[in-house]
Ligand binder design. Structure first.
Ligand SMILES: Cc1cc2nc3c(=O)[nH]c(=O)nc-3n(C[C@H](O)[C@H](O)[C@H](O)COP(=O)(O)OP(=O)(O)OC[C@H]3O[C@@H](n4cnc5c(N)ncnc54)[C@H](O)[C@@H]3O)c2cc1C
Length: 380
């Protein structure tokens, strides 16, 4: 087994580290004010980070998925919200069209998304359909050369400003989860699309989420992504890849926790010595470091399997579950190491603690990840 990164992977990793470092302080400030991280996204777009693993033919960087994950591990250390928004363009919308889009769709939608000129979103979840896509109600009905969409999507990250979206709809209600189709929708230029107000939430305050309401929204038949009634396959394949990216974000977040907690423990004096001299604190830091390394290895393995064209759904579920649980556990302990200061917004731990939680929920909850893993275990 060779764990050496290629020169290209090392270069991207170093560039992403520099790009993350440059925005670290600003990210913290934006979170306190609950502002959208537009400047950070512009900066990362200028540095070519939005389309790293999207095909060069459509404006992307043409790198493999492992490279994208290595970049995410750096970017999420500085600003998990911005890393998530970039992830939407790249791993959800971008990979969705790359894997399943027609040539026309790729040529039209991918270049601005890959260059980070516009934001894109992925609208699967609905008020009555979270973990269970079989509950989807948003319907698309064919009328001549168009499909007319009616229904409500919620929890749409960047739904307040995304230019394009991949939207999962029911095209044959008699088939349940097997009657779903995905459409690419121009959210700015399609009459009948309404954006709901941005929700207040516990963390990732820079990555807005809201409802998208469709009322008689007409979408050309050419906007069908993948085959008719094969939308579940599209959504699940996209989510497999996205989960690996989400795992990489969680590793990045956890590494940021470890760095802050370590620096604090080395500086803070109690009982006449730095906290870092206390074995109880060292064990916390050691557990964080070891668990984050394990999470990073699982993430890299899942990304590598994807790059090799091998089955990787279970590996993706394992990486996502382990990495997001590890980030949450690290954030809890990180706050504890800072004591009272861990609860103050003036210190970064408080934000990382809030940001970590959603990772255990989005792109499939960690209970659903366990179902995926258990399915394979039980086949053995
Ligand atoms: C910050 C954030 C961003 C998001 N962004 C997007 C986005 O861009 N696009 C999008 O489509 N969605 C998005 N989501 C939605 C997210 O994917 C859903 O919240 C998630 O899939 C869970 O659905 P739910 O909230 O309806 O919970 P439910 O499905 O109602 O689940 C509630 C609880 O029950 C558990 N549960 C449910 N079914 C089972 C089962 N069979 N076995 C064991 N336990 C089970 C769950 O694990 C969970 O703990 C986002 C969510 C968050 C928090």
């Amino acid at each position: 087994m060779d764990f050496t990164l290629t020169p290209a992977q090392q270069t991207v990793q170093e560039n992403a580290r520099t790009a993350a470092h440059a925005v670290k302080e600003r990210a913290l400030d934006l979170d306190r004010r609950g502002e959208f991280p537009q400047e950070i996204l512009f900066q990362w777009a200028r540095e070519g980070l939005f389309g790293l693993a999207l095909p060069e033919a459509y404006g992307g960087g043409g790198h493999d998925y492992l490279t994208y994950c290595l970049a995410q591990m750096e970017l999420a250390q500085a600003c998990p919200s911005s890393a998530l928004l970039l992830h939407l363009n790249q791993a959800l919308f971008g990979q969705g069209l790359t894997l399943f889009g027609t040539e026309e769709q790729k040529q039209h939608y991918l270049p601005p998304v890959a260059r980070g000129e516009v934001l894109a979103c992925f609208a699967l979840t609905e008020p009555e359909a979270g973990s269970d896509p079989g509950g989807l109600k948003t319907a698309a009905q064919q009328e001549g050369e168009a499909w007319v969409i009616n229904g409500i999507k919620n929890f749409v990250t960047a739904g307040d400003r995304a230019s394009y979206g991949l939207v999962a709809t029911v095209t044959d209600p008699s088939l349940g989860a097997k009657g779903i189709s995905v459409f690419v929708v121009d959210l700015e230029n399609t009459p009948g699309v309404r954006r709901g107000p941005v929700e207040e939430k516990v963390g990732l305050r820079g990555a807005p989420l809201n409802t998208l309401e469709f009322e008689g929204a007409r979408v050309p038949a050419a906007n069908l992504v993948g085959k008719l009634n094969q939308g579940l396959k599209v959504a699940l394949a996209v989510l497999d890849g996205a989960r690996v990216g989400a795992a990489a974000q969680a590793v990045g977040l956890g590494k940021a926790v470890l760095a802050h907690a370590r620096d604090y423990a080395k500086e803070r004096q109690q009982f006449g010595q730095p906290l870092a001299n206390l074995q109880a604190i060292q064990w916390k830091l050691a557990d964080m470091a070891a668990d984050l390394e394990a999470a990073a290895l699982l993430t890299c393995k899942a990304a590598w399997l994807r790059d090799q064209g091998q089955p990787y759904s279970t590996a993706a579920a394992m990486a996502k579950k382990v990495a997001t649980d590890t980030a949450m556990a690290a954030a809890l302990e990180g706050v504890q190491i800072l004591g009272g200061y861990g609860c103050l917004t003036a210190y970064p731990l408080e934000r990382l603690f809030r940001d970590a939680k959603a990772g255990q929920i989005y792109e499939g909850t960690n209970e659903i990840m366990r179902l995926i893993i258990a399915r394979e275990v039980l086949q053995g």
